[in-house]
Write a protein that binds this ligand. Sequence first.
Ligand code: ADP
Ligand code: ADP
Length: 230
Amino acid sequence: MGIMLKEITKCYKIGEETVAALAGISLTIETGEFVAIMGPSGSGKSTMMNILGCLDRPSSGSYLLADQEVATMNDDELAKTRNKRIGFVFQNFNLLSRVSAWENVALPLVYARVAEKERLNRAAAILDSVGLSARKQHMPNELSGGQRQRVAIARALINDPSIIMADEPTGNLDSRSSVDIMRIFGNLNEQGKTIILVTHEPDIAQYAKRVITVRDGLILSDEIKEQSAC
Ligand code: ADP
Ligand code: ADP
């Protein structure tokens, strides 16, 4: 169930000018890898994440996800592929503020039409697995940043995706909570999940087993590490 990008470009037109956010990226990520994507602001990380995460299509090139061509999918196929295979974790947690941790985690199952009892059972089990069973009933504003991010990770896991994509997941956390969150990603990776992490912090990228650096829409370096910090 790997990922294979071939000569991916993404161009944006701003007035008369065309900006190549991605200028021809070729990349293979095998199932079960833990990859960090690094690079300065404007280098193309978000654009790459949007394409890898099936949130957007490239301008040209081929993207095979689990042997399926994503680059030419229509919006429905793209959404189906995304919901089935990928869980997302964001810098700002993106939790609904008016419902409990438990309901936040169960919510994706509403769209998947799972019955309420099963939704809540599954959400409870996943919150337990990230160490938050005692906080299930809390609202997001009653939780610390690290706890909120654990709720977001639980939500990302609820449909049992094989790939987790995390965009600056520790950007709003203190260093201790950051370590906790990176350890959770490490554990998930050990359980076989593919983890793709965007970060500009070298300390955070250390937790990955492979570090890809992008610059001006191109891959500048791609290094597999002998030992990760996990
Ligand atoms: P990041 O903090 O991830 O580097 P950016 O500021 O690069 O975020 O981009 C935030 C969002 O705005 C992204 O979804 C990106 O696609 C979009 N964006 C970035 N640059 C432009 C631009 N020049 N015009 C319109 N949208 C942009
Ligand atoms: P990063 O996440 O590394 O900051 P982005 O992928 O957001 O980089 O942006 C890469 C380049 O593409 C930047 O020059 C940015 O301004 C441009 N860009 C990104 N998204 C858009 C957009 N929606 N419209 C126009 N330009 C964009």
